[in-house]
Design a protein. Structure first.
Length: 216
């Protein structure tokens, strides 16, 4: 599970966004499910950077109707790679609404200890995501999810459930292409597991993400 990440003004973020042909996002040091974050998607005008809510399924807050929150019954901030073609929730976004989420680093917790994970080469993560337009009350908003891989042996000592799927530079254009759906190609990338060397640092943060139910 990737349940919290950040965006800094590190040069790696600028390099990633330059490769995608979009302006670098504003720093955001604490992105959690339901927060607004910047993602990159393809449009007829080329790649565009847009703001979206991190969780595919949203709803109006019951006591604060003008506020938007994730559906509290299901966790849709992550999409498990093995379910992308099995679940009706993920099928359509997977086929034609793929995006990239620029990420400086993400956090995982193990027995109360927080760890911060970044690329070891000074780059940023290009997290593979899915997005959709969502109607919440009278508002039309963008929402997204980050795809996660099955447990990875070299990461199980930190988190033994999943690992976020990050794209390599030569894959950006193919992933964002809305006109072609290449599941065999995407699957071959996903089977590669962790393809970037990573640094893992302990962080003093006594926080544990709240439990939510899996969807489908």
């Amino acid at each position: 599970m990737c349940g919290r990440f950040n965006i800094t003004d590190h040069p790696g973020v600028y390099d990633l966004c330059q490769a995608l042909g979009v302006p670098a996002p504003a720093p955001n040091f604490n992105v959690s499910p339901g927060s607004l974050a910047e993602l990159v998607l393809n449009s007829p005008k080329g790649n565009q950077k847009q703001l979206g809510y991190w969780s595919l399924l949203l709803e109006a807050h019951p006591s604060k109707p003008k506020q938007i929150r994730p559906n509290p019954n299901y966790k849709t901030f992550n999409a498990q790679s093995r379910r992308l073609m099995e679940s009706q929730l993920w099928q359509q976004p997977y086929k034609a609404q793929r995006c990239i989420v620029p990420v400086s680093g993400f956090y995982e917790w193990n027995q109360g200890q927080c760890h911060y994970i970044t690329p070891a080469n000074g780059e940023a993560f290009a997290m593979a995501g899915l997005y959709q337009q969502t109607q919440v009350g009278a508002q039309q908003v963008l929402s997204f999810s980050i795809i996660t891989l099955p447990p990875q042996a070299q990461f199980c000592h930190i988190h033994d459930k999943s690992y976020p799927f990050a794209l390599l530079p030569q894959e950006y254009a193919t992933w964002l292409d809305k006109d072609e759906f290449r599941p065999d190609t995407y699957e071959s990338w996903m089977h590669g597991g962790i393809r970037q060397a990573i640094d893992i640092a302990k962080v003093n943060a006594p926080y544990q993400p709240s439990a939510q139910r899996d969807l489908f």
